[in-house]
Design a binder for this molecule. Structure first.
Ligand code: UDP
Ligand code: MG
Length: 329
């Protein structure tokens, strides 16, 4: 950056910062982010704090920040909608930025890493996601996270990178695409992976929460994991028929066994057991196969009802306008 460009073509980076009961962290967090962003005077910054129905005085802290600095925006939701909705509300508000960074406000995501993300974005990467090299979470949180990604890897139709949270930078084009996904049970990192574009990882060390407790207790975590798996896969439905075929297969094996006993060992045969045993396995197997058939149709209905955009355009050069990237860089 040799010369600071004119105001008109300065580029704008917006931070989307979800806040839920972070009154003790906001001040420290904001100081840290100001310190980091001060290293890039050539860029315009906006700090969009989304208060997700906090019951402590987070909102007052945010309004104080706003009174001091007009680059601070505050969106306050009517109640606690959860982290994913808070981030969505923030993304909807920053349509005019050239890039958006999503970040937690408990100082687990180090602000200086976001500056490295900006550098990668300037190098042409559309999505820079922060990948944890190490994490200082509890053994429980680490092992459940591992199990979740393992399951997701096997079931979901898209590749969702491991050890990646929502801490990421997205180019404006990606934000526009993500905003077209209006599903209610949101799993943002799945949506971002689904959208495509050039995505690269940036390794970082995740810090410990500065103060307060996690807003993701086990119940919320399970719901979140279920959204990730059910939102991006109809495999659980298909598994019903697979189970049905396995059980029907068992009934065939059992029939062979019963038949064998009858021929070679007639004195061991129990009257009526062939009908009961084989029938039980055969019938429940058939029922599961049929449920699986219904499941396959239901899966298609589900995908259609989600009504997601079918594709996303990465580049559209038309007339003399050039593509967005050309125009804004
Ligand atoms: N958060 C939110 N709404 C919630 C829970 C959390 O907006 O219902 C915010 C929270 O303020 C933080 C971020 O989401 O900035 C991540 O939450 P947390 O640190 O509790 O999750 P963890 O890091 O333990 O996964
Ligand atoms: Mg946290």
């Amino acid at each position: 950056m040799s010369v600071t460009p004119e105001r008109a073509d300065r580029r704008k980076v917006a931070y989307v910062l979800p806040v839920y009961e972070e009154a003790e962290n906001i001040g420290v967090f904001h100081t840290a982010i100001l310190e980091s962003t001060a290293t890039r005077p050539d860029l315009d910054f906006e700090f969009v704090y989304v208060n997700d129905g906090s019951k402590d005085d987070s909102l007052d802290r945010l309004l104080e920040l706003r009174a001091e600095d007009s680059r601070v925006s505050v969106i306050s939701l009517s109640r606690n909608f959860g982290h994913q909705m808070a981030v969505t509300a923030g993304l909807d508000a920053v349509a005019d930025a050239d890039a958006v960074i999503i970040m937690d406000t408990d100082l687990q995501d180090p602000p200086r890493v976001s500056i490295e993300m900006i550098e990668m974005w300037e190098g042409g990467v559309d999505v820079v996601f922060a990948q944890r090299r190490s994490r200082k979470d509890s053994v429980f949180k680490r092992s459940t996270a591992w199990l979740f990604y393992w399951t997701l890897d096997r079931l979901a139709s898209i590749e969702i990178p491991r050890n990646v949270g929502d801490f990421r930078l997205m180019d404006a084009r990606v934000v526009a695409e993500v905003s077209r996904y209006r599903e209610h049970e949101r799993f943002l990192r799945g949506i971002v992976a689904h959208v495509g574009f050039r995505q690269e990882a940036l390794l970082f060390d995740r810090d410990e929460r500065h103060a307060g407790t996690t807003g993701y207790p086990l119940k919320k975590m399970l719901k979140f994991a279920a959204n990730g798996i059910l939102g991006f896969s109809t495999t659980p439905l298909k598994m019903i028929s697979r189970l049905g075929f396995v059980i029907s297969g068992i009934s065939v094996l059992l029939a062979l066994y019963v038949f064998g006993v009858r021929i070679f060992n007639p004195e061991d045969a129990v009257p009526g057991w062939a009908f009961l045993g084989v029938g039980m396995f055969l019938l429940s197997g058939l029922q599961l196969i049929m449920m699986g058939v219904i499941g396959s149709y239901l899966g298609r209905v589900y995908v259609e009802v989600q009504d997601r955009p079918l594709y996303s355009v990465a580049l559209a050069a038309r007339g003399d306008r050039g593509d967005r990237r050309e125009a804004s860089r």
